[in-house]
Design a protein around this ligand. Sequence first.
Ligand code: FES
Length: 66
Amino acid sequence: MKITATKDGPYLVPTGGRAAIDGEVIEKAQVALCRCGHSQNKPFCDGSHKAAGFEAPAATVELELG
Ligand code: FES
């Protein structure tokens, strides 16, 4: 699995088509999770990082899941 931390933005996490977050089923290929702390819809990104001026470098995390 590859998690992408976008430049100045959220973590993009692939779901394989479906994920459950705090019991809420999400049927999307990926979810965008807030890493700036300003979203009004945590854990999801709502775009607030732009107005907040959040800055962080891009990064990629690759996980081998057993
Ligand atoms: S990363 Fe987008 S609102 Fe926090």
